[in-house]
Design a binder for this molecule. Structure first.
Ligand SMILES: Cc1ncc(COP(=O)(O)O)c(C=O)c1O
Length: 404
């Protein structure tokens, strides 16, 4: 074959598959083939979408006006609901022209990086990081730069650490609180320090607030937009209905930013995906400004499971599981299990260990390699209490039967 142009572009060819979705797909395929798998892989609430939201969507289906395109930026009513919700939940005042409705939070992240980055621009990403961030940065031509954290610092970064990674090419700092995969939540003081640091260094901030409502022990995740002396001039907030309202399949997210940035992102979206499905948009309006009761009920369930999974994992020798403060993930250090003999297999990496656990215990977890930090596992506790107990007891049994 001639050494011609690659069939897949270099840009797309360099994108890594989403490890979390891949593991979830493997677990779901095994389940479909009759294997009794317990999946801790997916970042997806196990609850159905609350009934009032589903009803709003069903009603919208029957209304002809929803069978048509809407403006690219979203239904005016949904953009207004985002303005109301942002003032209510974050005490951040915006106008509708600062909002863009996207196909999920992931699409908002993609749009934001595509709008803000030029080739060579560096983006600082605290590590461990959610797998999409570095790939979305690369797709936009930017360069992801990992800022390391430690379990001891609750996987949080401070201005002193960030500073070591700032270069003349640094454009943006990514702030995510609560975090996927660690569940860490920055305190208001820490948030303020980072906002001030970014303002001093003239860095843009991308704030991913998708887990804002999932915090525990009375802690609140504050919007960094409240602390940046520049207001929203150099902040883009991304958010969505998926995690808060158990609406992962509906695909509604949004970005918020300065009017010029949002206008540019709307242009981009007008040439790619256009508007988000109207039925989903109508459902999202009900989610955002309708009864918020279901949010607390789901949060209470997650809180119970958070404590349960942390205590069960902490009983397993070789696993060190801190109690997270937000989201629905635990991120234990499992390096103490490496090198042990599991039925004739001695995993030397957490990737291999995750395969052993899937093969031998029929439990799916995501290895830390997917998030830039080998040595850890991410387990989502957005599954039923019963499955959670069965899954962890299978891991505990496997470990108790392993040998040094
Ligand atoms: C940190 C974070 N941001 C954004 C998203 C995007 O969610 P969605 O595209 O389903 O709205 C996710 C989903 O896993 C996430 O974990």
């Amino acid at each position: 074959m001639s050494e011609g142009k690659p069939r897949v572009s270099r840009r797309i060819g360099s994108v890594a598959e989403s490890a979390t979705l891949a593991i979830d797909a493997k677990a779901k395929a095994l389940k479909a083939s009759g294997v009794d798998i317990i999946g801790f892989g997916a970042g997806e609430p196990d609850f159905p979408t609350p009934a009032s939201i589903v009803e709003a969507a069903a009603k919208a289906c029957a209304d002809v006006k929803n069978h048509r395109y809407t403006p690219t930026a979203g239904l005016p009513e949904l953009r207004a609901a985002i303005v109301t919700k942002t003032a209510r939940d974050s005490q951040v005042e915006i106008t509708t022209n600062q909002t863009l409705v996207t196909n999920g939070g992931k699409h908002a992240i993609y749009n934001a990086f595509a709008t803000l980055l030029d080739p060579g621009d560096e983006v600082l990403i605290p590590e461990p990081y959610w797998t999409t961030y570095p790939e979305a940065v690369k797709l936009a031509g930017g360069t992801p730069i990992a800022v390391p954290t430690t379990l001891e610092s609750e996987f949080k970064v401070s201005p002193a650490t960030i500073e070591k990674y700032v270069t003349p090419r640094t454009k943006l700092f990514l702030f995510v609180s609560p975090s996927n995969p660690t569940g860490s939540v920055y305190s208001p003081e820490e948030t303020k320090e980072i906002a001030q640091f970014c303002a001093d260094k003239d860095l843009w901030i991308l704030a991913d607030e998708i887990y804002e409502h999932l915090t525990y022990d009375g802690i609140k995740a504050e919007s960094i937009a409240n602390h940046d002396p520049r207001g929203l001039d150099k902040i883009v907030i991304v958010n969505g209905v998926a995690k808060t309202y158990a609406m992962t399949g509906w695909r509604v997210g949004w970005m918020i930013g300065a009017p010029d940035i949002v206008a540019a992102a709307i242009n981009l979206q007008s040439q790619s995906t256009s508007n988000v499905a109207n039925i989903s948009q109508r459902a999202a309006i009900e989610a955002l400004i309708g009864d918020q009761g279901p949010v607390s009920i789901m949060r209470e369930a997650f809180d119970r499971r958070r404590k349960l999974i942390t205590s069960l994992l902490s009983e397993v020798p070789g696993i060190n599981c801190p109690l997270p403060k937000g989201a629905f993930y635990v991120y234990p250090d499992v390096s103490g299990l490496l090198g042990r003999d599991f039925g004739g297999v001695r995993p030397s990496s957490t990737s291999e260990l995750a395969s052993v656990i899937l093969d031998q215990a029929k439990v799916a977890v995501v290895p830390g390699e997917a998030f830039g930090t080998p040595g850890y596992f991410r387990l989502s506790y957005a599954l039923s209490d019963n499955d959670l107990e069965i899954g962890i007891s299978r891991i505990a049994k496997l470990v108790s039967e392993s040998a040094q």
